[in-house]
Design a protein around this ligand. Structure first.
Ligand code: PLP
Length: 378
């Protein structure tokens, strides 16, 4: 049998272990050392965000955003049901109620046309998720938020190096959250970042991240001791993680370019299958410069997804699906509520499969994936 093609293979630039060794020799293993500072500065320059803070995951960055919003029990947060659990969990941890709104048929992003009618006097925030690194309709969402006095937290876990109208994802809302999990484009195992897009919230974000203390100001020499200031926790990664990430950030441009080449190759090769009506390819609106985080297809409703996945597996190809809609999960029923129809969420999530996409995937391997898919849908 031909070689197995995994769904994901974490890419290493080659410098990771060197930087980790350097961190060790500098005897600086706790967080906020030289590597963390380099990552912060690079991310701030690259995105244009006022303040970027590394966290130990995107989940942690979302939890920080929820703390920054000072949510109270019963406050409502509008988000898609078609997303990863952390988008909802971060707010449920603060006692807020996730209000699930349907997605768009084309991008599978939160449907901005349905958001306004879901707003109630308890609504505090909107949490758009940039699925597959393709931006939500942010101009419209920001306009709705401004009119109703709401905050916007972008779940940009998949959106590192992607743009909307030339602006980096994660910098369009009040807060943005990146993920550097090993399944994302730029990685450090487990890791993330909070993007704080106003000077004013930056200090509070530093405090929340450093166990609720003003330790960051103390290290800068701005105060002569550090004390407990706010509710906070430990959200910062250690230097070993930051050293790994630094190696990746330096290659973020070339990683994105390589992934886009692979993405474009799938897109061209699968066009005949779309024309034949057996699947639908991803849609990227003209305003969005995506980062090739993911290549997915939506199978035609007559096809059985499980058997397509099994047939791919028989040919040595690991393809996967996601998400089980949050509103339809045990915790979703317990903690959240649905606004309006979930018809797109239910239909699209049941048809979707994700194909292998990682730096190093060869054109030959991609051709095998496409051939196998052609056979599997026959
Ligand atoms: C990966 C992902 C997360 C979680 O990221 P972690 O870094 O693993 O916490 C959150 N939201 C979305 C949309 C994701 O894809």
């Amino acid at each position: 049998m031909a070689d197995f093609i995994p769904f994901n293979r974490p890419y290493m630039t080659g410098k990771e272990l060197f930087y980790i060794a350097e961190a060790k020799f500098q005897n600086r293993l706790a967080g906020d050392g030289g590597y963390t500072k380099r990552c912060h500065q690079w991310l701030e320059e690259q995105t244009g965000s006022k303040k970027v803070l590394l966290t130990h995951s995107c989940t942690a960055a979302l939890e920080m955003a929820a703390l920054l919003l000072e949510l109270k029990a019963g406050d409502e947060v509008i988000l898609p049901s078609f997303t990863f659990v952390s988008t909802a969990n971060a707010f449920v941890l603060r006692g807020a109620v996730p209000v699930f709104v349907d997605i768009r048929e084309d991008t599978l992003n939160l449907d901005e046309k349905l958001v306004e009618e879901a707003i109630t006097p308890r609504t505090r925030a909107i949490v758009p998720v940039h699925y597959a690194g393709v931006a939500c309709e942010m101009d419209r969402l920001m306009e709705i938020a401004a009119r109703h006095g709401l905050k916007v937290v972008e779940d940009a876990a998949q959106g590192v190096m992607a743009h909307y109208k030339g602006r980096a994802l994660g910098t369009l809302g009040h807060y943005g959250a990146f993920s550097f999990h090993e399944t994302k484009n730029v990685i450090c195992g487990e890791g993330g970042a909070l993007l704080v897009n106003s000077e004013q919230a930056a200090l509070q974000a530093e405090i929340i991240r450093e166990k609720g203390t003003d330790r960051s100001r103390f290290f800068r020499g701005e105060v002569d001791k550090y004390t407990w200031q706010e509710v906070g926790s430990s959200f910062l990664p250690g230097e070993i993680t930051a050293a790994f990430l630094w190696a990746q950030l330096q290659e973020a441009q070339s990683i994105t370019a390589e992934r886009l080449t692979i993405w474009d190759r799938y897109h061209a090769a699968l066009e005949p299958l779309e024309r034949a009506g057996v699947l639908r390819r991803p849609v990227v609106p003209g305003d969005c410069q995506h980062n090739a985080h993911m290549y997915y297809v939506l199978l035609s409703p007559e096809l059985d997804r499980q058997s397509v996945l099994s047939r791919l597996k028989e040919q040595g190809i690991q393809a996967v699906f996601h998400y089980v809609p949050l509103h339809d999960s045990p915790a979703g029923h317990r903690f959240g509520r649905v606004h309006g129809s979930m018809v797109q969420t239910m239909t699209q999530s049941s048809r979707l499969i994700r194909l292998p996409l990682w730096v190093g995937l060869t054109a030959d391997q991609q051709a095998r994936v496409v051939d196998a898919l052609q056979l599997a849908v026959r």
